[in-house]
Design a protein around this ligand. Structure first.
Ligand code: SF4
Length: 190
């Protein structure tokens, strides 16, 4: 998905995906966007109706409040458009660095590093960096990773983190880069 018309959907999908499986987010988005695919339409929905639509994404009460708030601010401050500027995105309560970077990378094609749990964990295991938070990881990776790899980084590491370098007990026996990996912080593997 690329292009400004998708920016709102990408933003909302990202906000709904927090602590939820991708498959669930996808189903919830299809249901929600069939009824409300713009800030105005989200604002017009009653909170009860919105909660019902996004119920299966988990933390639905909190997420419904965030969706309402973000939509209101987009209308009020940004002419109903999702800004393509990190500072402006971060100025909206409910949007954190990962969400902002996902919007910038996938809606606007900018060279940024969206850091989720996989993108934080794996470079640390590989010994590329030694960081405690995704924010630190973003900063450190910006220093060592050539820019030409940035827009592929998130997709590649998310997939690798789901299939091979899983959070608990990674598949080191199947890992194509095992001989280059110090397995930092890995206590148990397969
Ligand atoms: S060797 Fe193990 S810890 Fe290192 S990247 Fe591969 S799966 Fe992850």
């Amino acid at each position: 998905m690329k292009g400004k018309s998708d920016a709102f959907k990408i933003l909302i999908a990202c906000l709904l995906s927090l602590r939820t499986k991708d498959e669930t987010t996808e189903k919830v988005c299809i249901k929600l966007f069939a009824i409300a695919d713009s800030p105005e339409k989200i604002v017009k929905l009653s909170i009860k109706k919105l909660e019902k639509l996004i119920f299966s994404s988990g933390h639905y009460k909190k997420k419904a409040k965030i969706l309402k708030h973000v939509s209101k601010i987009l209308i009020k401050k940004f002419n109903s458009k999702v800004p393509n500027d990190k500072e402006k995105l971060l100025s909206i309560k409910g949007i954190g660095p990962k969400t902002a970077n996902i919007v910038l990378a996938f809606a606007y094609g900018k060279d940024v590093l969206p850091i989720d749990t996989h993108c934080h964990r794996i470079p640390n295991r590989l010994g590329w960096i030694k960081t405690k938070t995704p924010e630190q990881t973003e900063k450190e990776l910006e220093k060592i990773l050539p820019k030409k790899y940035w827009n592929k980084f998130n997709g590649t590491f998310v997939l690798f983190g789901k299939k091979i370098c899983q959070p608990i007990s990674p598949w080191c026996s199947k890992c194509p880069v095992a001989k280059h990996c110090p397995k930092t912080g890995v206590n148990k593997n397969r």
